[in-house]
Design a protein around this ligand. Structure first.
Ligand SMILES: Nc1ncnc2c1ncn2[C@@H]1O[C@H](COP(=O)(O)OP(=O)(O)OP(=O)(O)O)[C@@H](O)[C@H]1O
Length: 309
């Protein structure tokens, strides 16, 4: 049996005044899939996500979200969406449980006490139910925010840069939780700038200047970029980086700690440049390396800027 599509949209376009902010974007997301949206600041990720779930009406395009028409049935879609924005707010002098009860009342949910109890349990907040929200660390605050937006049992969860400013352990816990929700059948759309978050998504889409440049699993996106990458290490990496910038076959030079990643789409030209430039530099070690997602995104961003300017 094939998994049904939670999202199936074609040519979504949004203009603000003269500017086309999202330009004919087509996306399919399966039910229970975690889809990450990446791209430079202001590239249209949030606008795309908001159109996908009925929060914003597209100027062009068509399609369905949760089996409902994104143009004609946006109100019905919205009711089945949980949206965790970057800036979530609580009453700091209310406990976790009181905050959730308050949210349940605002949204006029039925079975309020039961929903609050179930959500506390589901997100591992039950032991802390009496703790004041104002005294929580960043990671627990974020978990409370997640609890607040899944209490009405949405089928689609939108996370806008969910772990900005949260420490690595809390980020990992948060992502474990997101995977549990997805395994229960919730579809999740995430916008992020973090490579480690991207790598936790089932699929990713890269958007720049309103255009969808690539999408797929991390491995597919890396393979589709067709990059050859070499890792250089040894003395004088700074000087070597300056020599290699813009040389034939070199599309990008990026330091990763003490190692220099040098990448290009023309593998033979890149190898020839490295042979001639690095030859004669004593102590420099070169090895072929797998391109990282970050290498690919930096390249895509550079290419998009060239096309845009
Ligand atoms: N309601 C609006 N009216 C006018 N312009 C808008 C509106 N909403 C967004 N924009 C503009 O559209 C562009 C895309 O914004 P969007 O928030 O979708 O980008 P983003 O990729 O999510 O960015 P970031 O990574 O910075 O959050 C930006 O230039 C933004 O200023």
């Amino acid at each position: 049996m094939t998994t049904p599509l939670a999202i199936d949209v074609t040519d979504l376009t949004k203009r603000f005044g003269e500017r086309t902010v999202v330009d004919h974007v087509s996306v399919k997301v399966k039910t229970g899939e975690i889809m990450g949206f990446l791209g430079p600041n202001g590239s249209g990720k949030t606008t795309t996500i908001r159109m996908l779930c009925g929060l914003l009406v597209p100027d062009e395009g068509r399609g369905t979200c949760l089996g409902l028409d994104v143009l004609a049935q946006s109100d019905a879609i919205k009711r089945q969406v949980g949206y965790m924005t970057q800036k979530f707010s609580f009453y700091e002098d209310l406990t976790i449980e009181e905050n959730l009860s308050f949210v349940a009342r605002i949204y006029d949910l039925d079975r309020r006490a039961q929903r609050v109890a179930e959500t506390l349990e589901r997100l591992g907040l039950a032991n802390r139910r009496n703790q004041l929200a104002g005294s929580l660390s960043g990671g627990w605050k974020q978990r409370l925010a997640l609890a607040a937006c899944i209490m009405h049992e949405p089928r689609l969860l939108l996370l806008d840069e969910p772990t900005a400013g949260v420490d690595p352990k809390a980020r990992r816990d948060f992502w474990d939780q997101i995977h549990l929700l997805a395994a229960e059948g919730m579809t999740v759309l995430v916008s992020t700038h973090y490579m480690d978050e991207a790598e936790r998504c089932h699929r990713i889409a890269y958007i720049a200047y309103g255009k969808l440049l690539t999408e797929g699993t991390v491995d597919e996106v890396v393979a589709a970029a067709g990059l050859t990458t070499f890792a250089l290490s040894g003395p004088g990496m700074g000087a070597l980086a300056r020599l290699l910038e813009g040389a034939p076959g070199v599309d990008q030079v990026a330091p990763f700690g003490t190692v220099l990643h040098v990448s290009g789409r023309d593998g033979a030209a890149l190898k020839a440049t490295l042979d001639s430039v690095v030859n004669g530099t004593p102590g420099v070690h070169i090895s072929a390396d797998a391109p990282s997602l970050e290498d690919v995104f930096i390249l895509l961003m550079g290419g998009a800027q060239d096309n845009f300017s």
